[in-house]
Design a protein. Structure first.
Length: 202
């Protein structure tokens, strides 16, 4: 009789919910410990942010004009198009056209409107000493063409060291705020000594 009572007591102690050992409770405790270990490992790991994708989107870009062509690779037209696509700027358009003296870019149509901040730096042309060596000629650009057209989004742009002449509309059209034009001849001949055929400036 005593042996039967002891057996029943032991059996009762192992039944779930009887206050004794439970296989389910043991498994739960094991899982909880594992979760705690995982959380501790995550806390110990140093966070290393990756900015590579961000750099591509946000770093300013420089585009270099190496020829006097109306369009095509390394032309001014292509440089403006590429700058507009490299948002948000500010970007830079430099010049490195082979040859000495004034380099004339004769445009056959209006250049793309400028829609992001950009510095168009004619003073970067080799040989520059204070007088523009980059001449934008709009004689063949069409009846509605302006030389450079700064539209909304391009605020804070800079034009330096250019001669812009013979456009039927403005030499430079500015529809954004905070733009600067310096060391340039607008609406005159490339030497700045006489008015161009369409002497409209800014």
């Amino acid at each position: 009789m005593l042996f039967a009572e002891k057996s029943r007591a032991m059996s009762t102690a192992h039944e779930p919910g009887a206050g004794g050992y439970s296989c389910k409770n043991h498994n739960r405790r094991k899982m909880s410990r594992r979760r705690l270990e995982i959380l501790k490992k995550k806390k110990r790991q140093q966070f290393q942010p990756d900015f590579h994708g961000l750099e591509k989107r946000m770093m300013p870009s420089t585009f270099t004009v190496t020829n006097t062509g109306d369009s095509g690779t390394d032309s001014l037209r292509q440089a403006i198009t590429d700058s507009n696509g490299a948002m948000p700027g500010p970007n830079t358009i430099d010049f490195n056209i082979t040859g000495s003296g004034v380099q004339t870019i004769s445009l056959l149509s209006a250049l793309p409107s400028i829609t992001v901040p950009v510095t168009i730096d004619g003073t970067s042309q080799p040989g520059y000493t204070g007088t523009p060596l980059i001449d934008l000629d709009g004689t063949s650009a069409g009846v509605a063409a302006s030389g450079l057209d700064f539209e909304a989004g391009s605020g804070g742009s800079l034009v330096s060291g250019l001669a812009i002449n013979n456009f039927s509309q403005d030499g430079i059209l500015i529809a954004s705020a905070g733009d600067t034009v310096q060391s340039s001849y607008i609406g005159t001949n490339f030497a700045g000594t006489a008015a161009g055929s369409h002497p409209m400036a800014i």
